[in-house]
Design a protein around this ligand. Sequence first.
Ligand code: PMP
Length: 306
Amino acid sequence: MSTPIIDLTELFGLSGRGDAPGRLLGKLETANHTGSVKDRPVERMLRDPRVAGAHTLVEATGGNTGISLAVAGSMLGKRVIVTMSRKMSPGKVRQMEEAGAEVILCPLVGLDSPANFINVARQLGEAEGHWYVDQFNNPANVEAHYETTGPELLEQVRDLDAFVAGAGTGGTLTGAGRALKERNPGIDVVLADPAGSTLGPHLRGEETEPAPYLVEGIGGDFLPPLLDFGVLDTAYQVDDAEAAAHLRTLAAAAIDVGSSSGTTVGAALAYLRDHPGATVCALLADSGDRYAETWRNQAWLTDHGL
Ligand code: PMP
């Protein structure tokens, strides 16, 4: 099943803009079974023969991979242990626990600290009978997007000029980006990056100090090993306030998506300002249901100046 493409051109006021208004599309990954794009890599990573020999699956996650793995693990009869930074929304923990996973919340510290969520998962993965799924290094993560997300886009959007997504592991952009470029090297692959992340500046050859931001699941303070910067054409940085504004616009049209979709829509609109008339598709990575206490909660938004 392909996830739907929705047309956001009118919602974002593009249709009335001059002779070459452009087209803004969204790929609605909320239509996947657990409500996020992460069902794709999880399904593919669990084809690994090492799954059969493990009683426990361990993973480090921004939340969505954990939700997907928790559900898959319960169907496979495997114990699932997930590590996640405390920054992430409590709704994600709830969904993982409802599916029977054990969630270990870790402090928001860099990879140089043993308490970092990725280091904690790697350590737990070494125990007898445990398998560390390791989406940050597992090539099946990229393959899933190379074989599904990219070809779907080519099939669904015939005159695509640019694909816009964020990078957590980089699996989406590297996998889908390679598939798009292979078919049509003229398609731009665009990184949507939260302001404060070091990834967008790195693409421009600048090494910056990371700054905190609230958007979840994308950007970061380290270069994800699977992210192929060679496949990226350009990056746009979007701050939390702009992401929140776009989420409000989407919510008002009953399009219920999570924080990183505000960033991808912001980056797609910036791309359209630079490329009038283009057809751009932004990945809408996850459902708003897991952000009930945060991005979909007015009191929280107000508290955070959003
Ligand atoms: N958006 C959200 C909400 C996510 O959770 C993730 C994955 N952490 C992404 C986007 C980025 O996907 P990828 O890991 O393929 O780069």
